[in-house]
Write a protein that binds this ligand. Structure first.
Ligand code: BGC
Length: 390
């Protein structure tokens, strides 16, 4: 695919807008086929990117959704609200595609009640103790939106803003680039932070998410992706087998703030250096898994972080990242009050998150790798989800 030249016909756009709004009223009908904005890849393959309207925020801002398709049956739909992954269709061992991320069919649910389904999380993913940190002699007080702590960027984090979007391949074969300017003082963070996130698919069956950010004042930055995966496409995830490339993890206090210790996983339910199902030892972990693992790689080079195998579907997902940490969250706070796609209730452990990141509360933990971005430097982070089956 060379160049994004096709123009969307205004008539088709209007019609799709209408249908998009209908979907927001809870109509569960299949989404209309979107207008193409990309050219078929060279060689006449199906790989492309398409966009369509996806409703409006309560303030009236238009939201769009992009559908990315590769040649191997991988399809990702990402929307401008929260730069959110809305669906991810991956073939099972028989070749049958299934959506492997939790979420809603329409925008409305994401706006009213989403536990960060598929979101881009920022300016700081995970927790900052008591919403407070000191940087270059100044003390900053952020919202305490999770008990006494700050979580996932605050009241209106990057998951709740509308991003600009344009087709862009990034380092994949087909993709979309989201941009957002987080103003100086937004959610009380210092500095104008210009952020881009590119979602792309490759024909090697990868979903790549790459981030860049620059600032005009020193600020903490920790961006991550918050999909709730279920490789079986439904039911609980306790049978999924995980191998995590980590010999240590960061234990937490009652408010899920790391104590500062890096504890070996050996001889504990946190040892996933060999494959274990999520359910095997979860009862030994108070509240379930919601912990940051210290990855073996983590030096800024792309390295395998985790391999997930789901025996019923045969699906495998391998996540590689440049980040030093991985938050493994086993969907402990899902309690059935959310009715998601297909009218199905999201019960406890019906999805799990694998959030590649720097460690929680790093601005208050000088021994953890620094999350401070300074003017002149470029924040870069890459996470690759690779799919296969056995
Ligand atoms: C956190 C959980 C939190 C969840 C949804 C995860 O990243 O680790 O503690 O409940 O996000 O907010």
């Amino acid at each position: 695919m060379k160049g994004w030249t096709r123009i969307i016909a205004v008539g088709a756009f209007g019609l799709l807008a209408l249908m998009g709004l209908t979907a927001c009223k809870g109509n569960k009908a299949a989404l209309p086929e979107p207008a193409a904005v990309g050219e078929p890849a060279e060689g006449g393959t199906a790989m492309n990117v398409q966009k369509q309207p996806f409703g409006r925020t309560p303030e009236g801002t238009a939201v769009e959704i992009y559908a990315l398709t590769n040649d191997k049956g991988l399809k990702a739909r990402v929307m401008t609200y929260g730069a959110t992954l809305v669906s991810l269709e991956v073939p099972d061992r028989t070749g049958k595609p299934g959506d492997i991320v939790l979420g809603y069919e329409a925008l409305d649910g994401y706006i009213k009640n989403s536990p960060y389904f598929g979101s881009t999380v920022g300016r700081y993913g995970n927790r900052i103790a008591k919403g407070k940190f000191t940087l270059d002699g100044a003390t900053y007080r952020l919202a305490t939106n999770n008990g006494e702590n700050h979580l996932h960027g605050g009241i209106k984090g990057f998951d709740k803003v509308v991003w600009k979007a344009e087709p862009a391949r990034g380092d994949g074969d087909v993709g979309v680039k989201f941009s957002y300017l987080s103003k100086d003082g937004e959610e009380a963070y210092p500095g104008n932070l210009a952020v881009t996130v590119v979602y792309s698919l490759t024909n090697a069956n990868e979903l790549r998410i790459s981030y860049e950010a620059t600032t005009d004042k020193a600020t903490p930055v920790n961006l991550t992706h918050h999909s709730y995966f279920n490789l079986a496409g439904g039911g609980d995830v306790l049978g999924h087998e995980l191998t995590i490339n980590a010999e240590g993890y960061t234990p937490v206090d009652a408010g899920l703030i790391p104590t500062g210790e890096i504890r070996p996983v050996k001889d504990s339910p946190f040892d996933f250096t060999t494959p274990h199902s999520i359910g095997e030892r979860i009862a030994q972990v108070e509240g379930g898994y919601d912990h940051n693992f210290v990855l073996r790689g983590g030096g800024g080079m792309i390295d395998l972080a985790v391999r997930v195998y789901e025996p019923k579907s045969g699906r495998i997902m391998e996540i590689s990242t440049t980040e030093p940490g991985l938050q493994f969250y086993s969907g402990n706070f899902l309690d059935g009050t959310i009715t998601g796609k297909g009218g199905k209730a999201c019960l406890k452990h019906y999805g799990f998150c694998l959030e590649t990141q720097h460690f929680p509360d790093s601005p208050n933990k000088p021994i953890f790798p620094s999350t401070i971005l300074r003017p002149g430097a470029v924040y870069k982070s890459l996470t690759i989800h690779k799919f296969s089956t056995i």
